[in-house]
Ligand binder design. Structure first.
Ligand SMILES: [Zn+2]
Length: 473
């Protein structure tokens, strides 16, 4: 870089920091360039404007408000050793508007930076230590009382490298751990819910919505099993967006959970739910406080049912009808309420209506036009995933004090039915329109349906013996 350019940048940097060294800059309207005071010879030329620190401070206000650095409080809290220099990674958003280090995937945070602890009263040069390719540097000075962070006792200064100059940039220290679930307080006991593990079998449209909603409620320990990869056609209904296409749905969901809470623990399995992988299924179920099954076929649901009943784990099943004209949710308390096998025996006519392959689509379509596999709108799926989430939260919060306790009296049915529309060609096609009706079966309402265990059920057939035992017979 030419010396003249260096001089100009140094003077601009001083001006930005409010230091008036007496040096002046001149802007030449004709050449649209800035020169140092020593290099210009036409001080009174109408084509030039003398720049002062005052001018720059006025202009710099706009710069200050548009760019800043966001860093988590954890990094600063844990930095107490004067010798420690911590390498960190930032995301650069909106052409340098924000440098954020809250990213969960370091491979995506491609801006290198350094956080350095400075001793109180230290006069050492702040930019001497760091990585050569750093573009962000943070300096932390704790004063007297280190505990009250990030208050006045801590001075945090940030710099961003622009055109080979370190420009001081406002730093926002964000207390993630303290604030992330602050809007849930008073409704649910976040600490109670965060100590529980949720097992999710299938991470499709319904499963991904449930996973996101539970993570937002404070669940931070998930096991997710799904062998499928995300396709472009999934995006209109899945919680993950286009950047995740090609990835395993499990991995995409794990990242989404960590984007909600970086303290989350997510283990994934990319294997199929089948007898060959039963050990893995069993391990996931044994670890779980609740199991949620949203697979698209009855065979896998029956495998999960058998294992959950055997392990005594509560499981919630969710399924959609074709074209997502409705859906159902089925909750199984092993040995207390009917299991999924009982449900299949109770309602043999309730065949799987979900369209998960082209052959089913051809059989079920009532129009001549080709039907896509699993058609359905995201907003028609949301009521189903919402109900599963509600049921799951109630289960996870059992035994805790919560204002949601009243829902225990409402959510007692083993089977819930929801209809999005009066789909022609189905048993619900002739329902009375919703209009102003309060009674009867209508669309867009939940219906809790009672069901009884089947004594002959091969999975939970000892139900009668269990009842007798409970009754002391
Ligand atoms: Zn059963």
């Amino acid at each position: 870089m030419r010396t003249e350019e260096k001089n100009i940048r140094q003077i601009l940097e001083n001006m930005a920091k409010g230091k008036d060294s007496g040096e002046k800059l001149t802007y030449d309207r004709d050449t649209k360039s800035i020169r140092t005071n020593s290099s210009h010879h036409e001080e009174n030329n109408a084509g030039t404007i003398n720049l002062t620190a005052e001018d720059f401070r006025f202009a710099a206000k706009g710069v200050d408000s548009s760019g800043h650095i966001v860093i988590t409080e954890d990094v600063i809290k844990n930095l107490t050793d004067p010798a420690e220099i911590k390498p960190v990674h930032f995301m650069c958003w909106d052409k340098g508007d924000v440098y954020s280090m809250i990213g969960v995937d370091k491979s995506q945070c491609n801006i290198h930076g350094t956080v350095r602890f400075l001793k109180e009263g230290s006069q050492e040069s702040e930019f001497d230590i760091g990585n050569a390719d750093d573009r962000v540097r943070i300096f932390v000075r704790h004063r007297k009382n280190r505990k009250s962070l990030p208050g006045k006792s801590t001075e945090v200064r940030g710099y961003v490298l622009e055109n080979e100059n370190w420009i001081e940039t406002p730093v926002e220290v964000v207390p993630i751990e303290d604030e992330i679930f602050s809007r849930n307080i008073g409704l649910i006991e976040t600490k109670a819910i965060s100590s529980k593990n949720v097992a999710l079998f299938a991470a499709g449209s319904v499963g991904s919505e449930i996973c996101s909603a539970l993570a937002k409620a404070g669940v931070d320990d998930f096991s997710i099993m799904d062998y499928d990869r995300l396709k472009v056609c999934n995006i209109s209904r899945h919680s993950a967006g286009l950047p995740h296409v090609g990835r395993f749905k499990t991995k995409a969901m794990a990242q989404m959970v960590r984007e909600i809470s970086p303290y989350s623990r997510v283990t994934t399995s990319e294997k199929k739910i089948c007898k060959e992988n039963i050990q893995e299924v069993r391990q996931i179920i044994n670890k779980a406080d609740i199991v949620i099954c949203t697979t698209d076929n009855r065979k896998s649901r029956l495998i999960i049912n058998r294992e959950c009943v055997s392990a005594g784990k509560t499981c919630i099943y969710a399924g959609l009808f074709r074209r997502a004209h409705g859906g159902q949710v089925f909750r199984v308390y092993p040995q207390i309420s009917p299991c999924y096998q009982c449900f299949c025996m109770l309602f043999p006519e309730q065949k799987d209506q979900r369209v998960s392959n082209p052959e089913q689509a051809r059989r079920l379509t009532y129009s001549d036009r080709p039907v896509a596999v699993e058609p359905g709108l995201a907003n028609d799926i949301s009521p189903i995933s919402n109900m599963v989430t509600k049921l799951a939260i109630q289960e996870l919060l059992k035994g805790t004090v919560t204002t949601l306790r009243s829902l225990d009296d409402d959510l007692v049915a083993p089977w819930y039915l929801w209809l999005n529309c009066r789909m022609e060609g189905t048993q619900y096609g002739d329902l009375e329109p919703l209009e102003f009706n309060l009674g009867g079966i209508h669309i867009l309402r939940w219906y809790g349906i009672d069901a009884k265990c089947q004594p002959g059920c091969p999975v939970c057939g000892d139900f009668e013996a269990h009842l007798a035992k409970c009754a002391g017979v």
